[in-house]
Design a protein around this ligand. Structure first.
Ligand code: CA
Length: 230
């Protein structure tokens, strides 16, 4: 899915080239020409990033940034300025903007900055805990093998498929029916409770690797999921 990018720019000629460059590069640009329109658009759509011209007809771009940031603190922002020195680069970045591009600029360079800022925004903050329990698992589809904390698990075919389904979607609750559909060759020939039996042996095998660890969560009456951790 292409990332939706909000472009706030009152000069149509500049907006056109930026919209074209973003769309060519696979983004989904949404252009507005004023600060008020930007606030309304940002309230309606969860944008991946905003590009904000400093010189806007209604609200100053810096003020717009403050208001956007108050409503959407995680939204990365790149400022556009009419000329170097319109604002001090340091001021823009101290406000919390993610980057700053002075006009005239090459649309390709701006798109490259967009990519860089998005990459940075998607990375978990330094020092954060491992993203999910899933990180403890390594699925080797070619060898039909799963490692848990580096240790290869001795799994039956059904256990392998069950665990793979759970590991690939941490947090997603799978019903017993869904798990059977994905892990059994002939679900119709089995009983519902065999899912429980396989999960039980799976849990024992995981505990044998790391005592006390139970990354599989039981949701009573609903099914199972892989524990999500941050
Ligand atoms: Ca302008």
């Amino acid at each position: 899915m292409s990332a939706p990018i909000l472009l706030v720019e009152d000069e149509p000629a500049i907006a056109d080239t930026v919209v074209y460059a973003l769309a060519t590069d696979g983004f989904a640009p949404h252009w507005v020409a004023s600060g008020e329109a930007a606030l309304a658009a940002a309230a309606a759509t969860p944008f991946a990033l905003a590009i904000v011209d400093i010189g806007l007809p209604d609200i100053n771009g810096l003020e717009l940034f403050r208001r956007l940031h108050a409503e959407h603190p995680a939204l990365p922002v790149i400022f556009l300025t009419a000329r170097a020195g319109e604002i001090d680069r340091v001021v823009g970045l101290e406000l919390g903007a993610d980057d700053y591009v002075a006009k005239p600029f090459s649309p390709r360079e701006l798109v490259a900055r967009v990519r860089t800022v998005l990459r940075r925004a998607q990375r978990p903050p330094a020092g954060a805990a491992p993203a999910a329990t899933a990180a403890a698992f390594a699925v080797d589809d070619e060898r039909k093998q799963i490692r848990f904390h580096g240790t290869p698990l001795e799994l039956s075919r059904i256990e392998y498929r069950l665990l793979k389904v759970l590991v690939e979607r941490p947090g997603r609750v799978f019903s017993r029916d869904e798990l059977m559909e994905r892990a059994w060759d002939d679900p119709a020939a089995s009983f519902d409770r065999t899912v429980d039996a396989h999960v039980k042996t799976l849990r024992a095998k995981l505990r044998a690797v790391v005592a006390g660890e139970d990354p599989i969560v039981t949701h009573r009456g609903m099914g199972y999921s892989l524990r999500e951790e941050r």
